[in-house]
Design a protein around this ligand. Structure first.
Ligand SMILES: Nc1ncnc2c1ncn2[C@@H]1O[C@H](COP(=O)(O)OP(=O)(O)OP(=O)(O)O)[C@@H](O)[C@H]1O
Length: 905
């Protein structure tokens, strides 16, 4: 086929790679100021829309002009807003016809550098393409259009594809080449293919090339559709969620940026104070950065963990899992939370610096002296306990130094062995031999586990704090009162929703060191075995030195070494502690304080503490002894000093208000400030004394005597034993939440009284039942405070005295209290809690106590001399002696002969 070329000159516009404009196509491109102005001049000069040759610029050789281009009409030229030098002109061209660029020269200026005029040649329109090429072209074009219509989701596009398909079907062979131009110009195709298509001047050739482009395109679109489909299927729900979350966070970030950029001085937010302005961002705004920093922190902590340690292996495993799981999923949160816990535990293997620190404290020659000073400065009295604690600390110190010595020896031996190996073997083996040498394991450094037992407020917790201070270690307190669930101690397994580690791990994390002093407070109140597991058994593992170097917290699930932790336990009573737990502890008994001790403690410790807490100086408040004693006796009645401290706090706060008022009225308008608080002012400050009413109620009555008791809290006190005679048939009725043992004491006392009724002149004949003659009646015995459970054998003496009082009519003075177990033979046996009972009696203002003779040693050892001097103590061996001491010698009318006979029996 031939063509008759026709020539003309056109301004040439180079289209930068990979732009291309085909005949019938349309393009909008930015052009430089120089080109824009040149074109503008052209537009102004010509009467109609001027033509330019849009010639593609190929990638190689470097930005050369392609020999073919498209003569195009300038349909639009937009000038940038005046003053904006950086913006380009926008040029829209409409492709008209192919042109061959003649005398093309690579040195000619290209786009954005100006415009040059070139000779161009229009190839002749040529003939009609062969029917064969036209058919093939139509088929390929229709197939492609059909596919595009199917793939699109937009109805408008689908409609236009269908419309073009209709045109293709009806196109005549003479117009087929034009149709090819239209279609190729409007579809995506490869650049190289389009360039070749541009150079195809011959219609037949053009159709062939268009056909191959269409076939290629339709196969590409088919394949990419298949890929998209298969990707779509393989994307699991989680992955989709991941992508969506990523997009969401990107959108949120962009929006935040946008807001930040657009925040003008007129914005309402710009009126906010500086720290609220979103430039720096509030902590609620965008936590991506913080998140990133936290994760980096976790990573650094994992890297700092000891190599080959269990915890590190676990951490690495979980870290890898974390990376695989989409952020924002529940599982991601669970693993992250776990990792944060894992890295925050002070692992023994990774925290050797602390071990060295605590060794340094222990090695100090003045360690014991300092410890003693610490204990003295924190606590008044408690001499025996302080002595025991110093012994304890001495043992801890010795054991630690011994262990250190052993470790050093072992290290030396290993070094020597290594040196021998090196000398014997060639250098090549040296490395491997070094690798086999292990650092010797640290031996657990600890003494026995101390258990402080005593009433509330006697200083058990604060003694624990003093020990921690003396050892220079952090102190942590774990309150075990009411712990029913084993998981509270050991943690929940990770499979549980919102699971977390137990109290031990939490305390370790808070302490931040592997060797803190941990106080297990109130172990007597920990729940026993139940369907939530056995918390006491978990404590056993914690406290047992044989097991606690591999303590297993269910949540952490990596053995934790607790052997460096010093555990101290406290409890109010020993009765409810499980035997195995008690077996692991060494008991240190604290009893209540005497009034003298309380006064000292109040003056030296509690008052200064309260003054400081309430912002007053020592010269602002003066509490004379009489005031302190009044507070201790009338406002508190307790073994410890907690209520006393509270009452002193109340007085100090009252004075603080007065002082503030006085200071505000310096001009002298306000009332005078008086620093001394007198005894008679206390009622106005603290209210009516709590214990006055009780004292007055204690009246002397037939059938009522006072027994001595120790409450479940380990506090001593008095309790009236009340008896009355009620119509009945000679039975004993016992009330007041009594346990089996105390009920038996009642039976014993009644039996003893019935046997001795004749001797005591209650009945007139031997063998008569005093509850049946002359009329039968019942005895009702009651111990007040019915809601409190009572048990134990020590009420025997008091019950016997109450029965005797009821039946003889003699009364026991209300200043006498008694305790003692009785036997059927009338002996009085030893009971427990003597110190607490005597102190309790004194607090209740008793002047005489009757105690079993067998308890004389306890009084000697435990009861301070000033108490012994303040109260009369009568020791009795038998019930007769007890009755004499209670009622007064000669008050009861004993039958002398029978008494002797009874004694012989
Ligand atoms: N001998 C003492 N010298 C100085 N202060 C004391 C003494 N005994 C107790 N205290 C003070 O009394 C307050 C209560 O003591 P602490 O909390 O140690 O009692 P506790 O025996 O642990 O009671 P609980 O059994 O109820 O836990 C603390 O402020 C403590 O400092």
């Amino acid at each position: 086929m031939t063509s008759t070329p026709s020539g003309s000159t056109l301004p040439v516009l180079a289209l930068p790679h990979p732009l291309i404009l085909l005949p019938t196509g349309r393009i909008t491109i930015p052009v430089s100021k120089a080109v824009g102005e040149a074109l503008l001049a052209l537009v102004r000069e010509s009467d109609e829309q001027p033509l330019v040759a849009a010639v593609p610029q190929t990638a190689s050789p470097e930005a050369a002009l392609y020999p073919w281009g498209t003569a195009s009409r300038i349909v639009r030229l937009i000038r940038p807003a005046s003053g904006n030098l950086r913006q380009h002109y926008l040029l829209s061209l409409n492709g008209i016809a192919r042109v061959r660029v003649l005398d093309s020269n690579p040195d000619l200026p290209v786009v954005n550098t100006g415009i040059t005029y070139r000779k161009v040649e229009y190839p002749s329109a040529g003939g009609v393409p062969s029917p064969e090429s036209a058919v093939k072209f139509k088929a390929a074009a229709l197939k492609l259009l059909d596919q595009l219509a199917k793939d699109t989701t937009q109805q408008a596009k689908r409609d236009s594809y269908t419309k073009v398909a209709g045109m293709v079907e009806e196109v005549t062979p003479a117009r087929a080449a034009w149709m090819a131009d239209v279609m190729v110009a409007s579809i995506n195709g490869e650049y190289a293919d389009k360039l070749e298509f541009l150079s195809a001047a011959d219609p037949d050739d053009r159709l062939r090339r268009a056909t191959s482009i269409f076939i290629k395109q339709s196969s590409i679109s088919e394949v990419s559709k298949r890929i998209a489909q298969s990707i779509d299927e393989s994307l699991s729900k989680q992955q989709k969620e991941f992508f969506l979350r990523q997009q969401l966070s990107a959108i949120t970030r962009e929006l935040a940026n946008l807001r930040r950029q657009s925040s003008s001085p007129l914005d309402p937010s710009s009126n906010m104070p500086d720290d609220n302005v979103s430039h720096s961002g509030s902590e609620l705004d965008d936590d991506t950065q913080q998140d990133y920093e936290e994760m980096a922190d976790v990573k650094a902590k994992i890297e700092a963990m000891a190599k080959d340690s269990e915890e590190r292996k676990m951490a690495v495993r979980e870290w890898k899992r974390l990376k695989r799981i989409p952020q924002g999923s529940v599982e991601h949160g669970v693993i992250r939370n776990y990792l944060e816990w894992l890295v925050s535990i002070p692992w023994t293997s990774s925290s050797t610096a602390y071990a060295a620190m605590s060794m340094e404290t222990l090695r100090d020659r003045a360690f014991l002296k300092n410890a003693r000073e610490q204990l003295d400065s924190d606590h008044f009295g408690l001499e025996k306990i302080k002595k025991r604690l110093i012994e304890y600390l001495a043992v801890v110190r010795l054991k630690a130094m011994q262990a250190e010595h052993e470790v050093k020896q072992l290290e030396q031996a290993q070094k020597a062995q290594q040196a021998v190996v090196k000398a014997e073997k060639p250098a090549a083996d040296a490395a491997s031999s070094t690798a086999t040498v292990k650092t010797p394991a640290r031996r657990p450094v600890k003494g026995p586990i101390l258990l402080f037992v005593g009433p509330p407020g006697t200083g058990k917790t604060s003694l624990g704090q003093s020990i921690a201070k003396a050892l220079g270690r952090p102190f942590q307190r774990i309150a075990l009162g009411g712990v029913r669930d084993e998981a509270e101690i050991r943690g929940h397994r990770r499979t549980y929703v919102a699971s977390g580690p137990g109290m031990i791990v939490q305390a370790l994390r808070k302490a931040g060191r592997p060797d803190p002093v941990i106080l297990l407070d109130e172990i007597d109140k920990v729940g026993q075995n139940n369907f939530h597991g056995d918390p006491a058994a978990a404590l056993l593992e914690v406290l047992d030195p044989e097991q606690n170097h591999t303590f297993n917290d269910h949540y952490i699930n990596v053995p934790i070494d607790l052997s460096q932790v010093l555990f101290i336990c406290t409890s109010n009573t020993l009765d409810t502690i499980s035997a195995p737990l008690l077996d692991r502890c060494e008991t240190v008994q604290l009893s209540g304080y005497t009034y003298t001790e309380k006064m000292h403690i109040a003056r030296k410790y509690l008052l200064p503490k309260q003054l400081q807490a309430n912002g007053l100086a020592p010269e602002h408040v003066a509490l004379p002894d009489s005031t302190l004693l009044h507070i201790a006796t009338r406002y508190t009645r307790e073994a410890g000093v907690r209520s006393l401290e509270r009452a002193i706090g109340g007085v100090v706060r009252h004075k603080a208000v007065e002082w503030a008022e006085h200071a505000d009225n310096e001009a002298g308008v306000g009332k005078e400030y008086k620093d001394v608080v007198d005894e008679d002012e206390l009622e106005a400050i603290l209210g009516v004394p709590r214990w006055d009413a009780d004292e007055r109620e204690r009246e002397e009555r037939r059938g009522v005597v006072y027994g001595l008791v120790v409450t479940g809290m380990g506090e001593g006190g008095i309790l009236p034993v009340e008896t009355i005679a009620v119509p009945g048939d000679g039975r004993l009725k016992l009330t007041g939440s009594l346990g089996e043992v105390i009920k038996e004491s009642g039976e014993l006392a009644l039996s003893w009284m019935k046997t001795n009724a004749y001797n005591l002149c209650i009945t007139n004949a031997r063998g008569q039942d005093p509850l049946k003659v002359p009329h039968s009646f019942d005895i009702h015995l009651h111990l007040p405070q019915g809601a409190v459970k009572k048990d134990g054998p020590s009420a025997g003496v008091a019950m016997t005295c109450a029965f005797v009082s009821l039946l003889t009519g003699a009364c026991v003075p209300t200043n006498i209290a008694m305790t003692g177990e009785i036997t059927l033979r009338g002996r009085v046996g030893a009971v427990g809690g003597i110190k607490e009972k005597v102190l309790g009696a004194l607090r209740a203002e008793m002047t005489k106590v009757i105690l079993p003779y067998a308890n004389r040693k306890d009084v000697e050892h435990d009861v301070p001399p000033e108490i012994r001097a303040a109260i009369e103590i009568v020791f009795v061996r038998t019930i007769e002696e007890a009755l004499d001491a209670a009622f007064g010698k000669g008050t009861l009318g004993w039958r002398p002969k029978d008494h002797l006979l009874e004694s012989r029996l």
